[in-house]
Design a binder for this molecule. Structure first.
Ligand SMILES: C[S@@+](CC[C@H](N)C(=O)[O-])C[C@H]1O[C@@H](n2cnc3c(N)ncnc32)[C@H](O)[C@@H]1O
Length: 217
């Protein structure tokens, strides 16, 4: 997705002045644009770089990626894994498996990325790992549910990153003019803001990215 909230020229400048995208991620993005109906769902260079940086700073051993799509975010998140670390990534649509798997193999992380296919709200009831880093990037109305399902397993100091929290700026609309996605994102933002177990920073880049840090149980 190109940035809607951020001037396009500045977005290009910020991208150009940031560390270059890994060639494998450029190839994955190209293939996604050739084969997928909604390629803009892919995280892309700037957001992917933020995920990589956070992961490298945390050196996580357990990462959760909700909404694999073609695998871009999972590969970015894997960059900071410790030697025995794992990324669990969840995707509803099994037809996206081949492209994701191909790039997991090409990335060299296929042994550390575990792909689950099915509904995240069901899979997360079984997946109880001590998460260091979680990326929520799937169906918007379920963000609050995913947050609740992962929170008790998130370590103190662990980070949840949530995408699309400003939903094209539409979170600002009066409630009666909001669709279900922007309404859900506004409710999610309110829920996090009033949760005194965490600290949160809402970054107005791309479609809005929240970085949430667990400070108490
Ligand atoms: C915005 S895309 C994810 C993009 C990906 N994180 C990336 O960086 O390229 C959202 C994905 O969530 C998946 N999804 C939607 N609802 C889901 C659910 N209930 N459980 C698991 N995945 C779901 C969609 O099929 C879609 O592939």
């Amino acid at each position: 997705m190109t940035s809607i909230l951020f001037d396009e020229q500045l977005n290009r400048y910020a991208t150009k002045m940031s560390t270059d995208e890994l060639p494998i991620l450029t190839a994955l993005e190209r293939e996604t644009y050739r084969k997928e109906m909604q390629p803009v769902m892919l995280s892309g260079h700037l957001q992917g770089s933020l995920l990589q940086l956070l992961s490298k700073m945390l050196r996580p051993s357990r990462i959760l990626d909700i909404g694999t799509f073609t695998g871009y975010s999972a590969i970015c998140l894997a960059q900071g894994l410790d030697d025995y670390g794992l990324v669990h990534t969840i995707e509803l649509e099994e037809e996206r498996k081949d492209i994701a798997q191909k790039y997991f193999e090409d990335s060299g992380y296929s042994g550390q990325i575990i792909a689950h296919y099915g509904d995240a709200s069901i899979i997360l009831k079984e997946l109880k790992e001590p998460w260091d880093l979680v990326f929520i990037d799937a169906d918007k109305p379920n963000y609050g549910l995913y947050y609740d399902l992962v929170f008790e397993h998130l370590k103190i100091g662990g980070i949840i990153v949530a995408d699309n929290v400003l939903f094209e700026g539409r979170v600002l609309l009066p409630e009666e003019e909001q669709g279900k996605n922007e309404k859900a994102m506004h409710q999610f933002n309110q829920k996090i803001k009033s949760d005194n177990r965490v600290e949160v920073l809402v970054l107005p880049i791309r479609d809005g990215i929240s970085v949430i840090r667990k400070i108490v149980l």
